[in-house]
Design a protein around this ligand. Structure first.
Ligand code: HEC
Ligand code: HEC
Ligand code: HEC
Length: 140
């Protein structure tokens, strides 16, 4: 009995150490994931870069799934007139400020307005127009 409990005590302590070590590690990984990395296109996101790089601003990430969960296909692909092709609308800032395409909603009423440049222009420079990891179209 007396020979077992100290050994058990040692094991127990190293378990606690391991627990806090892995807890610290998870926090580091989590913080790295949340704060340490650039905004990147996720699966199914659309990157728009017809004009951005040429004009010295980051390309746009349009999170398609995020929007599809909120609106019917028809709202964008019929009512607003977005074609079924990444980059096909050739939307630019003038369109958007005039209330067309993204600007039909990103007008400070339906959704936050065009002043939030970084929320749209969030892709890494030189990311081509594409559907990120699309199963329909391979990146150019
Ligand atoms: C709601 C999303 C959105 C916001 C917010 C936004 N943009 Fe854009 N912007 C776009 C899209 C989409 C394009 C076209 C992307 C492409 O094909 O390169 C674009 C294109 C551009 C271009 C390329 C040429 C042109 O004039 O169209 C510039 C420069 C630009 N934006 C600057 C800005 C600045 C500066 C802001 C903030 C004041 C801003 N954008 C806010 C979506 C946005
Ligand atoms: C909030 C607007 C919005 C909604 C809602 C939406 N889409 Fe889109 N979709 C877009 C935009 C923007 C593009 C890119 C078009 C462009 O760049 O001109 C696109 C592109 C596409 C593409 C072309 C992808 C490729 O391979 O090039 C397909 C297919 C598509 N959408 C299907 C759908 C379907 C199906 C739904 C409904 C379940 C839907 N979309 C809902 C905005 C929307
Ligand atoms: C049919 C309306 C509609 C259209 C069109 C639309 N958006 Fe949005 N978008 C929204 C709404 C609503 C939100 C959520 C706003 C909020 O959370 O306050 C949003 C959010 C976003 C977000 C943030 C997503 C997140 O994870 O929080 C981005 C980026 C974005 N839109 C980009 C665009 C771009 C780029 C276009 C044009 C290619 C576009 N949107 C067209 C309605 C629209």
């Amino acid at each position: 009995m007396s020979s077992r409990s100290p050994r058990f005590g040692v094991l127990h302590q190293s378990n606690i150490t391991m627990f806090f070590f892995s807890l610290a590690l998870s926090f580091m990984l989590l913080a790295g994931g949340l704060f340490g990395s650039e905004a990147r296109a996720e699966y199914g996101d659309i990157v728009l870069n017809n004009y951005s790089d040429k004009n010295g601003i980051r390309p746009v990430i349009f999170p398609h799934w995020f929007h599809r969960m909120r609106y019917a296909c028809k709202s964008c692909h019929s009512d607003i007139g977005f074609p079924f092709k990444a980059g096909g609308s050739k939307v630019n800032m003038l369109n958007i400020i005039s209330g067309e395409y993204c600007g039909a909603c990103h007008n400070g009423q339906i959704a936050w307005s065009v002043e939030n440049c970084d929320l749209c222009h969030s892709a890494l420079p030189n990311t081509p127009t594409q559907v990120h990891n699309s199963v329909l179209r391979a990146p150019k």
